[in-house]
Design a protein around this ligand. Structure first.
Ligand code: ZN
Length: 233
């Protein structure tokens, strides 16, 4: 089975549409989504509807939580709070209900899916160092745990062995962000897993960054949220 794994779309319709175009060329069997469908960008409803129509397994991110329950927005950075309030007002009732029902953790065959970390799903703690990564392995029983949240793609093997998948060894895979990459590379990021070949690849592709940035400004959202897209920060 070939599975595309997307995460952290953040209401960036331009990036999401391009990701799905590339995913179609990859002839995948399924698309998994690791959450943060909304927040920061200008097209929350469009992105929720694309995820609803294309993704077979979906977990909820902290921005998806804040966009339907603003009491959780206080945990976001200042511009994230502004975007959460804006998103809350924009979402259709149907899309809000959809986000509100999403689970925080899913286990499907070889994969555990969570947004931030498997150790304490609702802590939203970042896995952004090897020390933190190594502590996550006791918290999932499948060969693979798929995460997002940091917006920085990475592959970490159990006991910090390399980044090429090996049968019989557990791996923690961060698929990066479709809609707001933060590793200095503005190209959208997603993961491509082949469970027959037991291979994983991080895919990076250019998309209409200017279009997404212009939409953010036109929506009246903070300009820094538009600027960071071209910087990959
Ligand atoms: Zn995110």
């Amino acid at each position: 089975m070939r599975i595309a794994i997307i995460s952290d779309i953040h209401s960036n319709m331009q990036a999401m549409e391009m990701a799905l175009q590339v995913i179609d060329q990859c002839r995948v069997d399924q698309v998994f989504c690791l959450g943060d469908i909304v927040g920061y960008g200008a097209n929350p409803n469009e992105c929720v509807e694309l995820v609803r129509s294309r993704c077979t397994q979906i977990v909820r991110g902290n921005h998806d939580l804040a966009a339907v329950d603003l009491s959780h927005a206080k945990h976001l950075p200042p511009h994230g709070q502004i975007a959460a309030k804006w998103t809350f007002a924009q979402l259709s009732d149907e899309n809000r209900r959809f986000l509100a029902w999403l689970p925080f953790r899913r286990v499907i065959d070889d994969c555990t899916l969570v947004h931030a970390n498997p150790g304490n799903v609702l802590s939203w703690a970042y896995v952004n160092s090897l020390e933190i990564a190594v502590c996550q392995f006791p918290h999932f029983t499948t060969p693979l745990c798929l995460i997002g949240h940091t917006h920085v793609p990475s592959v970490c093997g159990e006991n910090l062995h390399g980044s090429t998948l090996v049968k019989g060894m557990k791996f923690l895979i961060n698929v990066g962000s479709v809609g707001q990459p933060r590793d200095g590379n503005p190209q959208l990021s997603f993961g491509l897993l082949d469970t027959n070949e037991w291979t994983y690849e991080n895919i990076r592709t250019e998309y209409d960054v200017d279009g997404a940035a212009e939409a953010i400004v036109a929506a009246g959202l903070p300009r820094s949220l538009a600027l960071r897209l071209s910087q990959g920060t």
